[in-house]
Ligand binder design. Structure first.
Ligand code: HEC
Ligand SMILES: [Cu+2]
Length: 320
């Protein structure tokens, strides 16, 4: 890229200079000669740059996709942007504000959302910049190589105190990071806090784990394809689960009724993240009817899931 752009820049500058001298008006009455259309030249200067630039575009696209793909096993950290601070949650339950502690030499995957307006997570030293949007999760990954303290900024103008929306990333040796995690004062992992919320908000009164009742079993839901009432299929990723909780009418699971109340205004973004972590942690349980993968029957078929019962009465089941 540097070579091509450098060559083009120098060539154009040289042409301006040389032609300026060579073809300057020497006499006030001079008329320039008429130059004919040259088809070969026209075709060449359209075709060659087109092929060259499409080649660069292709190579750049490949690089971009490779770069965006986090390596498997990356440490996941959730980020919530808010006017005007960064709130971070580690999977062990440690929380931070405007500070992010990470181990060096390990890939870190951030899953980010915003409580209000668009922000942008920017760590110049890591060459990391990613928009943080309300109502969905965007991701970015990086790996710090040298222990140290690095600027964390918001790179999207987000209101009066935008310039104050900044903090530090502390890259630590894995040993120091372990110590930091232990001193982090976590009250419990994200998924265990999520489990508490699941009962506190009475999700458990509707979503049974045995496939009975009129609500979908959430076991093994995370990252599974879900068929919707419209016939479409979506992947149950973080954004889908978040929307299912805060705007349940937006997408209805096929075979179920639109009976789930919205939890908008009752559940904070942090709590949504904990609920997602909990749903992620509940894989299919042995013996459950909806068990799908890892069935250890010898030649027999796994039990077939019963079609979910749809109730027209709309009555809530008793709390268990
Ligand atoms: C009144 C019963 C009820 C309560 C309470 C309830 N849900 Fe639901 N939920 C449903 C029903 C019915 C559906 C299926 C229809 C739909 O897609 O909206 C559903 C769908 C979902 C889905 C999508 C499931 C899938 O298979 O794609 C998720 C995720 C979910 N609920 C999570 C929760 C969480 C978390 C809570 C607690 C904060 C909760 N629900 C509380 C009834 C309920
Ligand atoms: Cu901001």
């Amino acid at each position: 890229m540097v070579a091509v752009c450098g060559f083009v820049t120098v060539a154009i500058a040289a042409c301006i200079l040389v032609f300026g001298i060579l073809y300057r008006r020497k006499d006030p009455n001079e008329l320039p000669p008429q130059i004919d259309f040259n088809k070969t030249a026209e075709v060449m200067w359209i075709a060659i740059p087109f092929v060259a630039f499409m080649g660069m575009f292709g190579a750049g696209t490949k690089l971009y996709f490779n770069m965006r793909q986090p390596p498997p096993g990356a440490t996941e950290i959730y980020v919530v942007g808010k006017q005007w601070m960064w709130k971070l949650q580690h999977s062990g339950g440690q929380r931070e504000i405007d500070e992010l502690h990470i181990p060096v030499g390990q890939p870190i995957l951030l899953k980010m959302t915003s409580e209000d307006v668009i922000h942008s997570f920017f760590v110049p030293e890591f060459r990391v910049k990613q928009d943080v949007l309300p109502k969905r999760y965007t991701t970015v990954w990086f790996q710090a190589e040298k222990p140290g303290r690095y600027h964390l900024l918001c790179a999207e103008y987000c209101g009066t105190n935008h310039s104050g929306m900044k903090g530090w990333v502390y890259a630590m040796s894995p040993h120091d990071y372990q110590i930091w995690l232990e001193q982090g004062g976590a009250e419990g992992s994200l998924s265990s806090s999520g489990e508490k919320l699941f009962h506190q908000f009475a999700c458990a009164n509707c979503h049974y784990f045995d496939g009975h009742g009129y609500c979908p079993n959430l076991q093994g839901l995370y990252m599974r394809p879900v068929r919707l009432s419209t016939g479409e299929s979506v992947t149950a990723d973080d954004t889908y689960i978040r929307e299912s909780i805060l705007d349940p009418k937006a997408k209805i699971v096929q075979g179920f009724q639109d009976l789930m109340p919205t939890f908008k205004g009752q559940i904070t973004e942090e709590q949504v993240i904990e609920l997602i972590a909990y749903i992620k942690s509940i894989g299919p349980q042995p013996g459950s009817e909806l068990q799908s993968s890892g069935y250890e029957g010898s030649g027999t078929q796994p039990p077939i899931a019963k079609p979910p019962a749809t109730q027209s009465s709309g009555k809530l089941p008793e709390a268990r």
